[in-house]
Design a protein around this ligand. Structure first.
Ligand SMILES: [Zn+2]
Length: 384
Protein backbone atom coordinates (compact mmCIF):
# COMPACT_ATOMS: atom_id res chain seq x y z
CA UNK A 1 0.00 0.00 0.00
CA UNK A 2 1.47 3.33 -1.12
CA UNK A 3 1.80 5.96 1.61
CA UNK A 4 -0.28 8.99 0.60
CA UNK A 5 1.96 11.98 1.29
CA UNK A 6 -0.56 14.30 -0.40
CA UNK A 7 -3.17 13.21 2.12
CA UNK A 8 -1.32 14.64 5.11
CA UNK A 9 0.74 17.48 3.66
CA UNK A 10 -0.41 19.38 0.57
CA UNK A 11 2.86 21.30 0.32
CA UNK A 12 5.22 18.40 -0.47
CA UNK A 13 6.23 18.97 -4.07
CA UNK A 14 9.54 17.17 -4.23
CA UNK A 15 10.28 13.88 -2.50
CA UNK A 16 12.20 10.63 -2.90
CA UNK A 17 10.32 7.40 -3.44
CA UNK A 18 11.15 3.79 -4.25
CA UNK A 19 9.61 2.03 -7.24
CA UNK A 20 7.67 -1.02 -6.04
CA UNK A 21 6.47 -2.10 -9.48
CA UNK A 22 6.77 -0.97 -13.09
CA UNK A 23 4.83 -2.57 -15.93
CA UNK A 24 3.99 -1.59 -19.51
CA UNK A 25 0.63 0.17 -19.63
CA UNK A 26 -1.47 2.71 -21.56
CA UNK A 27 1.15 3.69 -24.16
CA UNK A 28 3.81 4.01 -21.48
CA UNK A 29 4.48 2.45 -18.08
CA UNK A 30 2.46 2.03 -14.90
CA UNK A 31 4.48 2.63 -11.76
CA UNK A 32 3.66 1.99 -8.10
CA UNK A 33 5.76 3.84 -5.50
CA UNK A 34 6.25 3.15 -1.80
CA UNK A 35 4.98 6.68 -1.10
CA UNK A 36 3.66 9.49 -3.26
CA UNK A 37 2.72 13.16 -3.18
CA UNK A 38 1.13 12.86 -6.66
CA UNK A 39 -2.60 13.37 -6.27
CA UNK A 40 -4.51 10.73 -8.25
CA UNK A 41 -7.59 11.87 -10.18
CA UNK A 42 -10.58 11.88 -7.86
CA UNK A 43 -13.45 13.89 -6.44
CA UNK A 44 -13.76 15.95 -9.62
CA UNK A 45 -10.11 17.02 -9.64
CA UNK A 46 -7.61 15.88 -12.31
CA UNK A 47 -4.39 14.13 -11.33
CA UNK A 48 -1.08 15.90 -10.71
CA UNK A 49 1.64 16.14 -13.33
CA UNK A 50 5.42 16.12 -12.80
CA UNK A 51 8.41 13.80 -13.03
CA UNK A 52 9.71 10.61 -11.42
CA UNK A 53 13.43 10.53 -12.23
CA UNK A 54 13.52 11.50 -15.91
CA UNK A 55 10.11 10.02 -16.64
CA UNK A 56 7.16 12.36 -17.10
CA UNK A 57 4.06 11.62 -15.06
CA UNK A 58 1.20 11.67 -17.57
CA UNK A 59 -1.65 10.50 -15.37
CA UNK A 60 -2.22 9.13 -11.86
CA UNK A 61 -5.14 6.85 -11.09
CA UNK A 62 -6.31 4.69 -8.21
CA UNK A 63 -6.96 1.19 -9.51
CA UNK A 64 -8.06 -1.63 -7.19
CA UNK A 65 -6.60 0.25 -4.24
CA UNK A 66 -3.23 0.87 -5.92
CA UNK A 67 -2.04 4.33 -6.92
CA UNK A 68 -0.73 3.91 -10.47
CA UNK A 69 1.55 6.60 -11.91
CA UNK A 70 1.40 6.42 -15.71
CA UNK A 71 4.81 7.57 -16.91
CA UNK A 72 6.62 8.13 -20.22
CA UNK A 73 9.67 5.89 -19.59
CA UNK A 74 10.40 2.65 -17.73
CA UNK A 75 11.75 2.87 -14.15
CA UNK A 76 13.79 0.27 -12.23
CA UNK A 77 11.99 -1.64 -9.52
CA UNK A 78 13.74 -1.16 -6.16
CA UNK A 79 15.43 2.11 -7.19
CA UNK A 80 14.77 5.31 -5.24
CA UNK A 81 13.98 8.26 -7.52
CA UNK A 82 13.69 12.02 -7.12
CA UNK A 83 10.07 12.90 -7.68
CA UNK A 84 8.82 16.39 -8.54
CA UNK A 85 5.28 17.66 -8.78
CA UNK A 86 4.32 20.41 -11.23
CA UNK A 87 3.83 22.80 -8.33
CA UNK A 88 2.44 25.72 -10.31
CA UNK A 89 -0.38 23.52 -11.62
CA UNK A 90 -0.96 21.84 -8.24
CA UNK A 91 -1.05 25.12 -6.28
CA UNK A 92 -3.55 26.62 -8.74
CA UNK A 93 -5.74 23.56 -8.18
CA UNK A 94 -5.40 23.87 -4.40
CA UNK A 95 -6.47 27.53 -4.61
CA UNK A 96 -9.44 26.59 -6.79
CA UNK A 97 -10.50 23.61 -4.71
CA UNK A 98 -10.29 25.47 -1.38
CA UNK A 99 -12.20 28.35 -2.99
CA UNK A 100 -14.90 25.90 -4.03
CA UNK A 101 -15.17 24.55 -0.47
CA UNK A 102 -15.68 28.10 0.84
CA UNK A 103 -18.41 28.83 -1.71
CA UNK A 104 -20.12 25.46 -1.13
CA UNK A 105 -19.81 25.83 2.67
CA UNK A 106 -21.43 29.29 2.65
CA UNK A 107 -24.13 28.17 0.18
CA UNK A 108 -24.86 25.28 2.54
CA UNK A 109 -24.91 27.22 5.81
CA UNK A 110 -26.80 30.29 4.50
CA UNK A 111 -29.12 28.78 1.88
CA UNK A 112 -29.27 25.06 2.70
CA UNK A 113 -27.68 24.03 -0.62
CA UNK A 114 -26.04 20.65 -1.03
CA UNK A 115 -23.14 20.36 -3.46
CA UNK A 116 -24.23 17.54 -5.78
CA UNK A 117 -21.56 17.85 -8.46
CA UNK A 118 -18.05 19.20 -8.91
CA UNK A 119 -15.68 19.26 -11.84
CA UNK A 120 -12.35 21.00 -12.14
CA UNK A 121 -11.48 21.81 -15.75
CA UNK A 122 -8.38 23.40 -17.24
CA UNK A 123 -9.57 26.97 -16.91
CA UNK A 124 -12.52 26.92 -14.51
CA UNK A 125 -14.61 24.75 -12.20
CA UNK A 126 -18.27 23.83 -12.28
CA UNK A 127 -20.17 23.39 -9.02
CA UNK A 128 -23.71 22.00 -8.89
CA UNK A 129 -26.16 22.80 -6.09
CA UNK A 130 -29.50 21.08 -5.59
CA UNK A 131 -31.34 24.37 -5.04
CA UNK A 132 -31.81 27.30 -7.39
CA UNK A 133 -30.13 30.49 -6.21
CA UNK A 134 -31.04 34.06 -7.14
CA UNK A 135 -28.53 36.49 -8.51
CA UNK A 136 -28.57 38.34 -5.17
CA UNK A 137 -27.91 35.07 -3.30
CA UNK A 138 -24.94 34.31 -5.56
CA UNK A 139 -23.55 37.82 -5.05
CA UNK A 140 -23.89 37.37 -1.29
CA UNK A 141 -22.12 33.98 -1.37
CA UNK A 142 -19.29 35.36 -3.51
CA UNK A 143 -18.85 38.39 -1.23
CA UNK A 144 -18.84 36.24 1.93
CA UNK A 145 -16.36 33.80 0.40
CA UNK A 146 -14.00 36.64 -0.45
CA UNK A 147 -14.45 38.05 3.07
CA UNK A 148 -13.35 34.67 4.43
CA UNK A 149 -10.22 35.01 2.28
CA UNK A 150 -9.38 38.41 3.87
CA UNK A 151 -9.85 36.86 7.32
CA UNK A 152 -7.10 34.39 6.42
CA UNK A 153 -8.52 31.62 8.61
CA UNK A 154 -6.84 28.24 9.00
CA UNK A 155 -7.73 25.30 6.77
CA UNK A 156 -6.88 22.03 8.48
CA UNK A 157 -7.07 18.35 7.58
CA UNK A 158 -8.43 16.03 10.27
CA UNK A 159 -8.97 12.29 10.45
CA UNK A 160 -11.67 11.85 13.12
CA UNK A 161 -12.46 8.52 14.77
CA UNK A 162 -15.85 6.93 14.15
CA UNK A 163 -17.17 8.18 17.49
CA UNK A 164 -15.85 11.71 16.87
CA UNK A 165 -17.33 11.68 13.40
CA UNK A 166 -20.81 11.05 14.79
CA UNK A 167 -20.62 14.38 16.67
CA UNK A 168 -19.45 16.45 13.66
CA UNK A 169 -21.82 18.10 11.20
CA UNK A 170 -19.96 17.88 7.91
CA UNK A 171 -20.78 18.03 4.23
CA UNK A 172 -20.30 14.93 2.10
CA UNK A 173 -21.48 13.76 -1.31
CA UNK A 174 -20.96 10.12 -0.33
CA UNK A 175 -22.00 7.84 2.49
CA UNK A 176 -18.62 7.42 4.12
CA UNK A 177 -17.84 4.59 6.51
CA UNK A 178 -14.25 4.72 7.65
CA UNK A 179 -11.01 6.68 7.18
CA UNK A 180 -12.96 9.88 6.67
CA UNK A 181 -10.72 12.84 5.85
CA UNK A 182 -12.27 16.18 6.72
CA UNK A 183 -11.19 19.59 5.44
CA UNK A 184 -12.05 22.16 8.08
CA UNK A 185 -12.19 25.85 7.19
CA UNK A 186 -12.49 27.49 10.60
CA UNK A 187 -15.92 29.00 11.06
CA UNK A 188 -16.98 28.40 7.45
CA UNK A 189 -17.06 24.77 6.41
CA UNK A 190 -16.35 21.14 7.23
CA UNK A 191 -16.35 18.80 4.27
CA UNK A 192 -15.18 15.26 3.53
CA UNK A 193 -12.60 15.50 0.74
CA UNK A 194 -9.60 13.59 -0.60
CA UNK A 195 -7.87 16.50 -2.36
CA UNK A 196 -4.99 18.78 -1.31
CA UNK A 197 -5.92 22.22 0.03
CA UNK A 198 -4.12 25.43 0.96
CA UNK A 199 -3.29 25.98 4.65
CA UNK A 200 -5.03 29.32 5.10
CA UNK A 201 -7.86 31.04 3.22
CA UNK A 202 -5.60 34.00 2.40
CA UNK A 203 -3.72 31.79 -0.05
CA UNK A 204 -6.88 31.23 -2.09
CA UNK A 205 -6.81 34.79 -3.43
CA UNK A 206 -9.75 36.09 -5.44
CA UNK A 207 -12.90 33.96 -5.67
CA UNK A 208 -15.17 34.76 -8.61
CA UNK A 209 -18.41 33.16 -9.75
CA UNK A 210 -18.29 33.61 -13.52
CA UNK A 211 -21.77 32.42 -14.46
CA UNK A 212 -24.72 30.35 -13.33
CA UNK A 213 -27.36 28.31 -15.10
CA UNK A 214 -30.32 26.18 -14.07
CA UNK A 215 -29.31 22.56 -13.79
CA UNK A 216 -31.40 19.54 -12.76
CA UNK A 217 -33.71 21.49 -10.48
CA UNK A 218 -30.80 23.39 -8.96
CA UNK A 219 -28.03 25.55 -10.26
CA UNK A 220 -24.65 24.99 -11.92
CA UNK A 221 -22.02 27.63 -11.16
CA UNK A 222 -18.91 28.22 -13.17
CA UNK A 223 -16.29 29.64 -10.85
CA UNK A 224 -12.62 30.34 -10.53
CA UNK A 225 -10.18 31.20 -7.74
CA UNK A 226 -6.60 32.19 -7.06
CA UNK A 227 -4.09 32.90 -9.80
CA UNK A 228 -6.56 31.62 -12.39
CA UNK A 229 -8.98 34.33 -11.23
CA UNK A 230 -6.24 36.96 -11.41
CA UNK A 231 -5.23 35.81 -14.93
CA UNK A 232 -8.89 35.89 -15.93
CA UNK A 233 -9.18 39.44 -14.57
CA UNK A 234 -6.10 40.54 -16.53
CA UNK A 235 -7.51 39.15 -19.79
CA UNK A 236 -11.00 40.59 -19.27
CA UNK A 237 -9.66 43.94 -18.09
CA UNK A 238 -7.65 44.00 -21.31
CA UNK A 239 -10.77 43.35 -23.40
CA UNK A 240 -12.64 46.15 -21.64
CA UNK A 241 -9.71 48.55 -22.06
CA UNK A 242 -9.64 47.81 -25.80
CA UNK A 243 -13.39 48.31 -26.15
CA UNK A 244 -13.11 51.52 -24.13
CA UNK A 245 -10.38 52.82 -26.47
CA UNK A 246 -12.28 51.75 -29.60
CA UNK A 247 -15.46 53.50 -28.48
CA UNK A 248 -13.72 56.45 -26.80
CA UNK A 249 -15.68 55.80 -23.62
CA UNK A 250 -14.65 55.63 -19.98
CA UNK A 251 -13.73 52.05 -18.94
CA UNK A 252 -16.73 51.85 -16.59
CA UNK A 253 -19.12 53.13 -19.28
CA UNK A 254 -18.40 50.62 -22.06
CA UNK A 255 -21.80 48.94 -21.68
CA UNK A 256 -23.59 52.26 -22.32
CA UNK A 257 -21.26 52.96 -25.23
CA UNK A 258 -21.94 49.56 -26.82
CA UNK A 259 -25.70 50.01 -26.28
CA UNK A 260 -25.50 53.40 -27.98
CA UNK A 261 -23.59 51.83 -30.86
CA UNK A 262 -26.19 49.08 -31.23
CA UNK A 263 -29.02 51.63 -31.25
CA UNK A 264 -27.23 53.63 -33.95
CA UNK A 265 -26.59 50.47 -35.95
CA UNK A 266 -30.24 49.45 -35.77
CA UNK A 267 -31.35 52.92 -36.90
CA UNK A 268 -28.80 52.89 -39.75
CA UNK A 269 -29.92 49.43 -40.87
CA UNK A 270 -33.51 50.62 -40.98
CA UNK A 271 -32.57 53.74 -42.97
CA UNK A 272 -30.39 51.67 -45.28
CA UNK A 273 -33.21 49.26 -45.94
CA UNK A 274 -35.64 52.12 -46.68
CA UNK A 275 -33.15 53.76 -49.02
CA UNK A 276 -32.55 50.49 -50.87
CA UNK A 277 -36.28 50.08 -51.35
CA UNK A 278 -36.55 53.64 -52.69
CA UNK A 279 -33.55 53.05 -54.94
CA UNK A 280 -35.02 49.82 -56.28
CA UNK A 281 -38.33 51.57 -56.94
CA UNK A 282 -36.46 54.21 -58.99
CA UNK A 283 -34.63 51.61 -61.09
CA UNK A 284 -37.75 49.57 -61.75
CA UNK A 285 -40.06 52.57 -62.37
CA UNK A 286 -38.36 53.26 -65.71
CA UNK A 287 -38.48 49.62 -66.87
CA UNK A 288 -40.25 48.91 -70.12
CA UNK A 289 -40.60 45.92 -72.42
CA UNK A 290 -38.69 45.50 -75.68
CA UNK A 291 -40.37 44.55 -78.96
CA UNK A 292 -40.53 40.89 -77.83
CA UNK A 293 -42.32 41.77 -74.59
CA UNK A 294 -39.26 41.06 -72.43
CA UNK A 295 -38.05 43.40 -69.70
CA UNK A 296 -34.48 43.60 -68.39
CA UNK A 297 -33.61 45.87 -65.46
CA UNK A 298 -30.12 46.53 -64.06
CA UNK A 299 -29.72 47.82 -60.53
CA UNK A 300 -26.98 47.95 -57.88
CA UNK A 301 -26.72 45.20 -55.24
CA UNK A 302 -30.10 45.27 -53.50
CA UNK A 303 -31.73 42.72 -51.18
CA UNK A 304 -33.03 39.73 -53.11
CA UNK A 305 -36.44 40.02 -51.45
CA UNK A 306 -36.85 43.61 -52.66
CA UNK A 307 -35.81 42.71 -56.22
CA UNK A 308 -38.16 39.72 -56.22
CA UNK A 309 -41.10 41.93 -55.24
CA UNK A 310 -40.39 44.28 -58.18
CA UNK A 311 -39.95 41.41 -60.63
CA UNK A 312 -43.32 40.05 -59.54
CA UNK A 313 -44.89 43.43 -60.24
CA UNK A 314 -43.30 43.40 -63.73
CA UNK A 315 -44.81 39.98 -64.53
CA UNK A 316 -48.25 41.37 -63.82
CA UNK A 317 -47.65 44.08 -66.47
CA UNK A 318 -45.67 42.27 -69.19
CA UNK A 319 -46.17 38.99 -70.97
CA UNK A 320 -42.52 38.10 -71.75
CA UNK A 321 -39.58 37.32 -69.47
CA UNK A 322 -39.06 39.88 -66.70
CA UNK A 323 -35.46 39.93 -65.56
CA UNK A 324 -33.59 41.88 -62.91
CA UNK A 325 -29.78 41.85 -62.67
CA UNK A 326 -28.34 43.34 -59.50
CA UNK A 327 -24.60 43.82 -59.03
CA UNK A 328 -21.79 45.31 -61.09
CA UNK A 329 -19.42 44.45 -63.92
CA UNK A 330 -16.63 43.89 -61.37
CA UNK A 331 -18.54 41.66 -58.96
CA UNK A 332 -20.85 39.99 -61.46
CA UNK A 333 -24.64 39.96 -61.33
CA UNK A 334 -27.28 38.07 -59.40
CA UNK A 335 -30.40 37.56 -61.45
CA UNK A 336 -34.06 36.94 -60.84
CA UNK A 337 -36.08 36.08 -63.92
CA UNK A 338 -39.80 35.39 -63.95
CA UNK A 339 -42.64 35.05 -66.39
CA UNK A 340 -46.37 34.91 -66.03
CA UNK A 341 -46.94 32.53 -69.00
CA UNK A 342 -43.56 31.28 -70.30
CA UNK A 343 -41.20 28.66 -68.84
CA UNK A 344 -38.35 30.54 -67.15
CA UNK A 345 -36.25 27.37 -66.76
CA UNK A 346 -35.65 26.99 -70.49
CA UNK A 347 -34.77 30.64 -70.74
CA UNK A 348 -32.31 30.49 -67.88
CA UNK A 349 -30.53 27.39 -69.16
CA UNK A 350 -29.74 29.19 -72.42
CA UNK A 351 -28.71 32.29 -70.46
CA UNK A 352 -26.39 30.23 -68.26
CA UNK A 353 -24.94 28.46 -71.28
CA UNK A 354 -24.31 31.73 -73.13
CA UNK A 355 -22.86 33.69 -70.22
CA UNK A 356 -21.36 31.01 -67.95
CA UNK A 357 -24.00 31.48 -65.28
CA UNK A 358 -25.43 29.18 -62.67
CA UNK A 359 -28.84 28.92 -61.09
CA UNK A 360 -32.33 27.59 -61.57
CA UNK A 361 -35.77 27.43 -60.06
CA UNK A 362 -39.36 26.89 -61.13
CA UNK A 363 -41.16 27.61 -64.40
CA UNK A 364 -42.49 30.82 -62.88
CA UNK A 365 -39.23 32.16 -61.39
CA UNK A 366 -35.51 31.38 -61.52
CA UNK A 367 -32.60 32.80 -59.56
CA UNK A 368 -28.86 32.62 -60.02
CA UNK A 369 -25.75 34.54 -60.95
CA UNK A 370 -23.56 35.31 -63.94
CA UNK A 371 -20.00 36.52 -64.08
CA UNK A 372 -20.55 38.63 -67.16
CA UNK A 373 -20.56 42.28 -68.22
CA UNK A 374 -23.74 44.32 -68.39
CA UNK A 375 -23.12 44.83 -72.14
CA UNK A 376 -22.91 41.03 -72.71
CA UNK A 377 -26.18 40.50 -70.87
CA UNK A 378 -27.82 43.26 -72.94
CA UNK A 379 -26.56 41.66 -76.18
CA UNK A 380 -27.99 38.32 -75.05
CA UNK A 381 -31.40 39.92 -74.42
CA UNK A 382 -31.40 41.68 -77.80
CA UNK A 383 -30.61 38.39 -79.52
CA UNK A 384 -33.75 36.74 -78.16
ZN1 LIG B 1 -13.20 18.80 -1.99
Amino acid sequence: MTEKLYYKDSYIHSFKAQVIACTEAKGGYGVILDKTAFFPEGGGQPSDAGTIGNAHVLDVQISKGDIIHYVSAPLNTGTVYDCKIDWDLRFRRMQNHSGEHLVSGIAHSKFGCDNVGFHMGNDCMTVDFNIELTRDALRFIEREANRAVYENVEISTVFPSQSELRTIDYRSKLDLADDVRLIVINGYDICACCAPHVARTGEIGVIKILSSMRHRGGVRLTMIAGRDAYDDYVVKHGYNAEISALLSSKPNETTDAVQHLLNTLQKTKFENSSLKRELAALYFSSASADQNGNVCVFCPSIDTDVVREHVNVLTSKYTGFCAAFSGSDDEGYRYIIASRDLDSRQFVSSLNAALGGRGGGSAKMVQGSVKALKSDIEVFFKSL
